[in-house]
Design a protein around this ligand. Structure first.
Ligand code: AMP
Ligand code: ZN
Length: 483
């Protein structure tokens, strides 16, 4: 079965085919850096990361671009309201550039902590003004855009496909709720490509006037074109980006280049909190630090945010994070058990015992991710492996095969399972300490049981004056002395 994805544009599952064999050009709408990204935003970026990981495992070279919006995103997402970054700058009495710098740096730290693989480029809107102006001037020249004073608007009526992505029609958009009706617009759905405002702090000179700044939508069209070319394979974002943002991007890019913009449009459903919207006002916009302060790991948060299907809304509560933490511990434990079974310590009859079931689970994991990144289904396949390991039904070679798969495919795809031998060391050392304590307390039954556990893990112990030395018989890992 080939990789299939759900395309918002066509509203169906489609086989994944790229413009150029073996290469995926992927653009992810990134953050507007006026505040710290919350865990809802990260659900969208983690989806992009999971998609990229699966494409790479499937053999593609992924050219991933994620933008940083540091100017032009207005408070209402359309043409009204203050620039989000300038509004924040005013609140904090800071320079807008200081605001965007601070939150961009924080964003990169958070992405890294979440285990997201770095994109090739993180273009900043403010550094692509010439590329935006080139497209805006081109759209005016081709008759898709018009000037109104020193502003420039895109005329949606000139682009018959406007509304195809979101299912809106230009007629319905007449005086629509989200759209600001302005005198100078020819149609209420027309949107700003360039706006002039002498009071705006981040502003540029252009042929349209002395102090202007770009509209949010043209930023993504121009940055995608600059870094990936006129056509993309995949464009992603959260579900709220479908309209107006992505609808407008399509109108701009396709009118300018005369070619289809992105083949696949993929959107992540929202993360909700306690069944409702995440909002600053309700105080439930959690950051990674809020998660840490509650005693959870960011690794568990990553798992919590990717384990549901990206096209299902996810309701976040501390309880589901707690539950995700324990499921993830089971996956970590799967690795430990497979290592043990691989060394022949788990006692299944023959080396090949369970080889067929392992093959089935591996095939099911792949089929699940090929099916529009069905992570829950893929996790069920890993749980089937765990059941085999728990019941000690895996011989050494079946376990070795399963282990290779979990480390090199499942973990590479999910990015949060603990697979390092380091985790073996931690487990062994904890048991040795416990054994030392049992001996001190003259609880020899307990200390013998702990030694037997270690033997089953393939560990030999050596008691020395300085403490206990340990060594793994296959991997050669070892350490100590542990007093
Ligand atoms: P913004 O910084 O507001 O431009 O949003 C950055 C990205 O996060 C966009 O792709 C949004 O669609 C996405 N996003 C915002 N809120 C949520 C949420 N609660 N759940 C999932 N994605 C979200
Ligand atoms: Zn965008």
């Amino acid at each position: 079965m080939p990789f299939e994805v759900y395309n918002t544009l066509t509203r169906k599952l489609e086989p994944f085919r790229t413009l150029e064999p073996g290469i995926v050009r992927m653009y992810n709408c990134g953050p507007t850096v006026y505040g710290r990204a919350h865990i809802g935003n990260f659900r969208a970026y983690l989806f992009a990361d999971t998609l990229r990981r699966w494409l790479e495992i499937s053999g593609y070279e992924v050219r991933q671009v994620m933008n940083i919006t540091d100017v032009g995103h207005l408070l209402d997402d359309a043409d009204a309201g203050e620039d989000k970054i300038e509004a924040q700058a005013r609140k904090e009495q800071l320079d807008p550039w200081a605001i965007s710098r601070r939150h961009t740096e924080q964003f990169f730290r958070d992405l890294e902590d979440l285990g997201c693989l770095p994109a090739r480029v993180y273009p900043k809107a403010s550094e692509h003004i010439p590329e935006m102006l080139e497209m805006i001037e081109g759209l005016v020249a081709k008759g898709y855009a018009y000037r109104a004073g020193e502003d420039v608007y895109y005329e949606v009526a000139k682009f018959p496909r406007y509304g195809r992505l979101s299912g809106n029609s230009v007629a319905e958009l007449d005086a629509g709720a989200r759209i600001d009706v302005r005198e100078e617009k020819r149609h209420p759905a027309d949107f700003a490509l360039w706006k002039s405002d002498p009071h705006h702090l981040m502003k540029w000179k252009s042929r349209f006037g002395e102090h202007g700044f770009p509209g949010w939508h043209i930023e993504c069209s121009a940055m995608a074109r600059r870094h990936l070319g006129d056509r993309l394979d995949v464009h992603t974002g959260g579900e709220d980006n479908i309209f107006p943002h992505h609808e407008c991007e399509i109108a701009q890019s396709e009118a300018f280049t005369g070619q289809p913009f992105a083949t696949y449009w993929m959107h992540t459903k929202f993360l909700q909190v306690d069944g409702g919207k995440m909002s600053k006002r309700l105080g439930n916009c959690y950051s990674l630090d809020d998660v840490r302060a509650k005693g959870f790991t960011v690794r568990a948060l990553r798992f919590c945010l990717i384990r549901g299907h990206y096209r299902q809304p996810l309701n976040f509560t501390w309880d589901i994070l707690r539950e995700a933490t324990s499921v993830l511990e089971n996956l970590d434990d799967l690795v430990v058990r497979l290592r043990r079974a691989q060394s022949g310590a788990a006692g299944a009859a023959s080396a090949d015992a369970g080889i067929e079931e392992v093959g089935e689970a591996m095939a099911e994991f792949r089929a699940a991710l090929d099916d529009d990144l069905n992570v829950p289904r893929a996790l069920a396949a890993l749980m089937a492996l765990r059941a085999l390991a728990l019941e000690e039904r895996l011989g050494a070679s079946a376990a070795a095969q399963a282990l290779q798969f979990v480390v090199h495919v499942a973990q590479r795809a999910l990015g949060c399972i603990q697979v390092e031998e380091g985790s073996l060391a931690a487990e062994v050392e904890a048991k040795i300490r416990e054994r030392n304590a049992a001996r001190k307390a003259r609880d020899f039954a307990r200390s013998d049981a702990l030694r037997d556990d270690l033997v089953r893990l393939g560990i030999t112990l050596e008691d020395t004056k300085a403490g206990v030395l340990w060594k793994h018989k296959d991997s050669g890992a070892g350490g100590g002395p542990i007093a």
